[in-house]
Design a protein around this ligand. Structure first.
Ligand SMILES: *[C@@H]1O[C@H](CO)[C@@H](O)[C@H](O)[C@H]1NC(C)=O
Ligand SMILES: *[C@@H]1O[C@H](CO)[C@@H](O)[C@H](O)[C@H]1NC(C)=O
Ligand SMILES: *[C@@H]1O[C@H](CO)[C@@H](O)[C@H](O)[C@H]1NC(C)=O
Ligand SMILES: *[C@@H]1O[C@H](CO)[C@@H](O)[C@H](O)[C@H]1NC(C)=O
Length: 766
C-alpha cells in the first residue's frame, strides 16, 4: 500500500476512534458481586460457569452475550465475584440497579505512595550484627513465608532476589512466572512468582506496547518495595559508595512474588495503578497462596464498596492473608490518610537515625547542614558564585515558576558554573537538579519553604547538591540579599549515624483523622520511610545512571518494612489471624524517640496518634506481645453492620445469610486502638483480649486524655492458660469544663510486669 494512503488511513482511524469515544463516552468500570461461592474443590467448569454468568448479566443489558464478551476486560472468578468492563455511563447506572450487583465504580487510577519526586527520593535500612536473641533469628528470618507485592513489577535479576541457601519452593505455591512480551523473566527459589495486570490500564487509554506488557520493573518502585519487604542478604550494597552495608528485607528468607499493577502515564512519569487491575491481582495472589500482601499505593480515602483495595483486601484477610498498605503521602494536612479499612494494616512514615549530610558553606563562613547524595563533589575547592533561581530566569518565565526551577524557566547564561538556589515544591526534587544541571549549574541548594519545615530528604541528585531546612533557608536568603557577590560551597556527602531526634514523622506522611470511619484510628503505626536504601531497577535513566540500589522516601517505603515484619510473625505463628498479628505489632510500638522524648513531627512539635497511630514499630517485642486484640471475619461484617450496610449487602460478603446484631456499635469493634470521636457525656467501649503468652495477672494503667476521666472494669485480668479470652469495659467521661471539639490523647496499658500491651486513646469531647 502507498505509504501516504496508509498514513491517511491511520489518521482517519484515529479521528474516528476519537469521535466514537466522544459519542458513546465509554469508560471502564468494576462491577462487584461479592464473594465467590465455590465448592471446596474448584474445577475449570466452575470457573467457566462464573464467567458465563458475567457474560449473561452484562449481555442482558447490552443486548447480546457477544457484546458483553467484548466489553469485559476481567472476570474475577476465584475469590472475588465480579468483573471489569468497558461500558457507557448509562449502562453502568443500569447494571447498578440489578439486585445481584453490590457495587459499580469507575476503574480509577491509584498512585504509588512515594513523595512528589518519583525517581529519586531517599530512604535506607539499618545494618549490623544479628544477635541470636533477635526477632530475626527467632522467627527464622521469615523462612517460607510468601510475600506478594502489588506495585510496578520487579527487576528479577537484582542481587536482592538471589536464592542462595533457600530450599525448594513451598509445595502450596500455585503461582506462575509470567513472561513479558519482549523479554525473558527468570524466577528462582526466592522470586517464586511474577504476573502483570494491564487490562484496566489499557481500557483507560494506556497503550499495550511491549514495555507495558511485562512484569519487569522499569521504574524501580516495585523492586525497592519488594526487596524492602523480603529481599535476600546482599553484602556491600551502596549508592555511590554511601550507605555501604548489607541490604536485606524485613523477612530476608521469605519467598516473594510480584504482581505488577502500576504503569507509566503517557507522559512517562508517575505510575497509574487501576482498580480493576488491583482487584485482579488480589484475586490471583490469594489463589497463588501468598501469606502477606504489601500494597504501597492508594487513592483518596473512599467508602469501602467502591474501593478496589478495600474489596480485594477484605477477601485476602478473610482467607487469613495479612494486607499491609501505605497511609499515603498527602501530609501534613489532617484527614488525608487513605487505605483506612479496618482489615488493612495502614502504615505512616518517619525518619531513621542516619543522614547523608552535605554542608553549605556561605561566603561569610556560616555553615548550614543539609542532605543529599551525588556521584561527585564540586569540581574545584573554591567558593562558587551563588544565584537564586528567581534572578536567573528567562525573560518570559514567571517568578513563581522560576523560583521552583521548573522546566524551561532558567537562563543558562545566568546559571553557568554557579550554585543555584531552588525552592522545594510542586516539581520533583531531583528534577529541579536536572534543570539546574541542564542550565550548566555547578551545584544546587534546595531550600524548604515554610510548609516543609525541617524535613530534609536525601535524594540521588545529578549534580552536587544540598537540601536544607526552612530555618536554614531563611539564613541563606538573608545572606544572599546582604552582599553584591554572594558565594557558597557544597561539601561532599558524609554519612552520619545516631542523628537525633529520630524517628520524627515525615512531613509528607498522610494524617488522621480517618474521614471514612472516624471511629477507627488510622494510620495504625509508623515505620522508616525517609531515605531508605533498597534494590532498584537497572534501567538507565536519562543521565545514563544505573543504580542497582537507590534511596527513596515515602509511605511506600515504610509499608514494606511492616510487611517484612508481618512475615516474621507468619513464620513464627502460622495460625495467628491478620488481626492478631497487627495487634502484636501495634501494642508493642513505642511513642518515644531516641532522646527518650515524645516522637515529634517535622516541625519538631509533639506528634499525635493521628500522625503515628500506636507509635513506631518495634520488631524486638512482637514475638511476645502477651495479649492480642483479635478479630475474625464476622467482626469485620459486624463492623459493616455498624456502618449501616443492609442485609442484602452483607449477604454478598458472606456465604451464609447473616443477620446483623440488633445494635452493633463501632465503639465495640475489637481494634487495638480506641477512638471516641464524639464523647457526649459518658461512653462505654468494650474490648476483648486473648492471652498468647504465659499465664499471668495483668493490671491496667491509663494515661487519661486531658479533660477526660477513664475507668476500666475490671482493672485486673487473670489468665490461666494460652488462648484464654477476657473482656473489659472502658468508661470514658468528659470532665466538667473539658475543651469541646478538639481531640485529646492518652493511652491504655495492660501489664503483667513482663509484657506491656499499649493502646492509644483518642477522644474528642463533644
Ligand atoms: C563496602 O564495604 C566493604 C567491606 O566493609 C568493602 O570491601 C567495599 O569496598 C565497600 N564498598 C564501597 C563502595 O565502599
Ligand atoms: C518562553 O519563550 C520561549 C521561546 O521564546 C519558549 O520556548 C518557552 O517555552 C517560553 N517559556 C515560558 C515559561 O513561557
Ligand atoms: C552570615 O550571614 C547570615 C545571614 O545574614 C547571618 O545569619 C550569619 O550570622 C552570617 N555569618 C557570619 C559569620 O557573620
Ligand atoms: C440495601 O441497600 C441497597 C442500596 O441502597 C438497596 O438497593 C437494597 O434494596 C437494600 N436491601 C435491603 C434488603 O434493604
Amino acid at each position: 500500500m502507498d505509504r501516504l494512503v496508509l498514513i491517511r488511513l491511520l489518521l482517519l482511524l484515529l479521528i474516528l476512534s476519537v469521535a466514537c469515544k466522544a459519542a458513546f463516552a465509554t469508560k471502564s468500570y468494576v462491577v462487584y458481586l461479592g464473594t465467590q461461592k465455590h465448592r471446596a474443590q474448584v474445577t475449570a467448569e466452575d470457573i467457566n460457569n462464573v464467567r458465563d454468568s458475567h457474560y449473561g448479566l452484562l449481555g442482558s443489558l447490552m443486548g447480546s452475550n457477544e457484546r458483553a464478551r467484548q466489553s469485559i476486560i476481567y472476570s474475577y472468578t476465584r475469590y472475588i465475584n465480579g468483573f471489569a468492563a468497558i461500558m457507557s455511563e448509562a449502562e453502568a447506572a443500569e447494571i447498578a440497579k440489578n439486585p445481584n450487583v453490590l457495587s459499580v465504580f469507575p476503574n480509577r487510577a491509584r498512585k504509588l505512595h512515594t513523595t512528589r519526586s518519583w525517581n529519586f527520593l531517599g530512604l535506607e535500612k539499618d545494618d549490623g550484627v544479628i544477635r541470636p536473641s533477635s526477632t530475626w533469628e527467632k522467627a527464622r528470618f521469615g523462612e517460607n513465608t510468601i510475600i506478594g507485592n502489588l506495585d510496578t513489577g520487579v527487576w528479577p535479576d537484582s542481587a536482592s532476589f538471589n536464592d542462595e541457601g533457600l530450599g525448594p519452593i513451598p509445595s502450596r505455591w500455585k503461582g506462575i512466572c509470567q513472561q513479558g512480551s519482549k523479554d525473558k523473566i527468570t524466577c528462582n527459589r526466592k522470586l517464586i512468582g511474577v504476573r502483570y495486570f494491564n487490562e484496566g490500564y489499557i481500557a483507560e487509554g494506556g497503550i499495550a506496547t511491549a514495555d507495558n506488557s511485562t512484569p519487569r520493573d522499569e521504574d524501580g518502585h516495585g523492586t525497592h518495595t519488594l526487596s524492602t519487604a523480603g529481599g535476600s542478604f546482599v553484602p556491600h550494597a551502596n549508592v555511590y559508595g554511601y550507605g555501604n552495608g548489607t541490604a536485606k528485607g524485613g523477612s530476608p528468607r521469605a519467598r516473594v512474588a510480584a504482581y505488577k499493577v502500576c504503569w507509566p502515564t503517557p507522559s512517562g512519569e508517575e505510575g497509574g495503578c487501576y482498580d480493576s487491575d488491583i482487584l485482579a491481582a488480589f484475586d490471583a495472589a490469594i489463589a497463588d497462596g501468598v501469606d502477606v500482601i504489601s500494597v504501597s499505593l492508594g487513592g483518596d480515602p473512599s467508602e469501602f464498596f467502591v474501593d478496589g483495595i478495600a474489596i480485594g483486601s477484605f477477601h485476602a484477610v478473610a482467607k487469613g492473608i495479612s494486607v499491609v498498605a501505605s497511609a499515603g503521602n498527602s501530609g501534613p494536612t489532617a484527614g488525608t490518610v487513605s487505605n483506612v479499612a479496618p482489615w488493612l494494616f495502614t502504615i505512616a512514615a518517619s525518619t531513621m537515625d542516619r543522614e547523608f549530610q552535605t554542608y553549605v558553606a556561605l561566603g561569610n563562613r556560616t555553615h548550614l547542614k543539609g542532605e543529599s547524595l551525588s556521584s561527585k563533589g564540586l569540581p574545584k575547592e573554591k567558593f562558587y558564585p551563588l544565584v537564586a533561581a528567581v534572578d536567573a530566569k528567562i525573560a518570559n518565565a514567571t517568578d513563581s515558576d522560576a523560583i521552583l526551577c521548573k522546566v524551561g524557566t532558567l537562563d543558562p547564561s545566568k546559571v553557568k558554573d554557579k550554585i543555584l538556589i531552588c525552592l522545594r515544591g510542586e516539581t520533583a526534587r531531583v528534577d529541579k537538579g536536572v534543570q539546574a544541571r541542564k542550565a550548566g549549574a555547578a551545584g544546587m541548594i534546595l531550600a524548604n519553604d515554610e510548609a516543609d519545615g525541617n524535613e530534609v530528604i536525601t535524594d540521588t541528585h545529578v549534580l552536587p547538591a544540598s537540601h536544607i531546612s526552612y530555618t536554614d533557608g531563611l539564613i541563606l536568603f538573608k545572606y544572599y540579599a546582604s552582599t553584591r557577590s554572594p558565594t557558597a560551597y557544597i561539601t561532599k556527602p558524609k554519612t552520619e549515624l545516631d542523628t537525633k531526634p529520630a524517628p520524627f514523622i515525615a512531613q509528607f506522611s498522610s494524617r488522621g483523622p480517618n474521614l471514612v470511619e472516624p471511629g477507627i484510628l488510622k494510620p495504625d503505626i509508623t515505620a522508616p520511610g525517609v531515605d531508605v536504601l533498597a534494590a532498584y531497577t537497572e534501567v538507565a535513566d536519562s543521565f545514563q545512571r544505573i543504580l542497582p540500589f537507590d534511596i527513596l522516601s515515602g509511605t511506600s517505603m515504610s509499608c514494606p518494612h511492616v510487611s517484612g515484619i508481618v512475615g516474621l510473625l507468619k513464620t513464627a505463628y502460622p495460625k495467628w489471624t491478620p488481626a492478631a498479628i497487627r495487634s502484636a505489632i501495634m501494642t508493642t510500638a513505642v511513642s518515644r524517640d531516641n532522646k527518650k522524648e515524645a516522637i515529634l513531627d517535622s516541625y519538631f512539635k509533639k506528634a499525635t496518634p493521628f500522625d503515628y497511630g500506636a507509635g513506631h514499630v518495634r520488631p524486638s517485642r512482637i514475638l511476645d506481645p502477651g495479649l492480642v486484640y483479635d478479630l475474625g471475619t464476622y467482626d469485620y461484617i459486624n463492623f459493616l453492620c455498624g456502618r449501616g450496610y443492609n442485609i442484602s449487602q452483607i449477604a454478598v460478603f458472606n456465604d451464609e445469610p447473616y443477620t446483623c446484631p440488633p445494635k452493633f456499635s463501632i465503639l465495640d469493634f475489637n481494634y487495638p486502638s480506641i477512638t471516641v470521636s464524639e464523647l457526649n457525656t459518658r461512653t462505654t467501649v468494650n474490648r476483648r483480649v486473648t492471652n498468647v503468652g504465659t499465664p499471668g495477672k495483668y493490671a491496667v494503667r491509663v494515661k487519661e486524655p486531658a479533660g477526660v476521666s477513664v475507668t476500666v472494669i475490671p482493672s485486673e485480668l487473670v489468665f490461666k492458660k494460652i488462648g484464654e479470652e477476657k473482656e473489659f469495659e472502658v468508661v470514658l467521661e468528659a470532665k466538667v469544663g473539658a475543651k469541646k471539639g478538639a481531640f485529646v490523647y492518652g493511652s491504655l496499658v495492660w501489664s503483667d510486669g513482663k509484657h506491656i500491651v499499649r493502646s492509644p486513646l483518642v477522644v474528642a469531647p463533644h
